[in-house]
Design a protein around this ligand. Structure first.
Ligand code: B12
Ligand code: SF4
Ligand code: SF4
Length: 238
């Protein structure tokens, strides 16, 4: 390795990386050490994707709330598909930025594609669960609707991550209260009864959360478990 690369690597710490990522456009960034993923299902651990992975850098962008005023599903579908592309673009920008520092990194797509698919129960699983990665990097807590709730931005967030081959100081895991024990709004409002407080029955949820239009595109006709949540827009701003 060249001297300049060595010098750069010696000066790199979590704050330096997070500042770079925030300057590229992330609203928040958190870091998890790889040992925190010990309970990940076999085949879905960060080292199953990148054996040299030492830290997981997770970032998010707030999803604009404006589409929620619409009673038609098209504005929400539009916002969601654009924010997905924005996070994926940010992921690529982060790769360029970290590569410049001599860091080896592997991107996680914010949604598609993934390989694992059980057709009989329409169950898909991403190569890495970003909700769990978000929790393990201190960016929020997982609610009964299965979504990550951040204290500032609520569940209206789009997550991204890159796996890196350097050890970085991990952020503290969030300790704020996500769901109130007595709240079951998401479970009660789900028109498909797809939620049980632990996971989502994908076969029930998919036909409306990813409705296949005759014309070939996908419409997000349901988001009730997300928007009806009293924590949808943050824990302070109920
Ligand atoms: C497949 C998928 C779906 C599926 C399944 C959703 C789900 N909750 O898992 C369907 C089509 C239903 C869906 C719908 C929606 N989705 Co979606 N989806 C994904 C995607 C691409 C993969 C998620 C996945 O693999 N699930 C399967 C596994 C992980 O879940 P599980 O079976 O419950 O997991 C169990 C075990 O396997 C284990 N486990 C799995 N991994 C790990 C890891 C560790 C460390 C541990 C300890 C345990 C563990 O824990 C679980 C409990 O036993 C992610 C992007 C990503 N890469 O994560 C976005 C993602 C979860 N979706 C997102 C969104 C926004 C939505 C919708 C709101 C869209 C809409 N229609 O408005 C709805 C919400 C419905 C809901 N309540 O979940 C966001 C969530 C943001 C947030 N605030 O959390 C994500 C993270 C996309 C993103 N980049 O931001 N989605
Ligand atoms: S997106 Fe709709 S169908 Fe899917 S779990 Fe949430 S409320 Fe239920
Ligand atoms: S609606 Fe209530 S139970 Fe469901 S995730 Fe939000 S706070 Fe938790």
């Amino acid at each position: 390795m060249r001297n300049t690369e060595n010098e750069l690597l010696n000066n790199i710490n979590s704050n330096y990386i997070k500042n770079r990522i925030n300057n590229l456009g992330a609203d928040l960034c958190g870091i998890a050490s790889v040992d925190r993923f010990k309970d990940a299902p076999k085949g879905f651990h960060p080292t199953d994707i990148f054996p040299e992975c030492k830290s997981i850098v997770v970032f998010l962008k707030r999803t604009p709330n404006s589409s929620n005023y619409a009673v038609n599903c098209v504005p929400y579908t539009f916002v969601n598909s654009m924010i997905m592309r924005i996070i994926d673009k940010l992921t690529i920008d982060i790769l360029y930025s970290l590569e410049e520092l001599g860091i080896r990194c592997v991107p996680i797509p914010s949604d598609d594609p993934y390989e694992y698919w059980e057709p009989d129960r329409s169950y898909g699983r991403a190569i890495l669960s970003l909700r769990h990665a978000g929790y393990l990097s201190g960016l929020g807590v997982i609610g009964k609707n299965t979504l990550l709730i951040n204290n500032i931005y609520g569940n209206m967030i789009q997550l991204g991550a890159v796996l890196v081959d350097i050890e970085l100081e991990a952020d503290a895991i969030a300790t704020y209260e996500g769901c109130l024990d007595s709240c079951n709004i998401c479970i009660e409002f789900c028109p498909q009864q797809a939620l049980n407080g632990e996971t989502v029955n994908q076969a029930l949820c998919r036909p409306i959360s990813n409705f296949k239009h005759q014309k070939g595109y996908t419409l997000q006709k349901c988001n009730l478990c997300r928007v009806k949540c009293p924590r949808a827009f943050g824990i302070k701003n109920k």
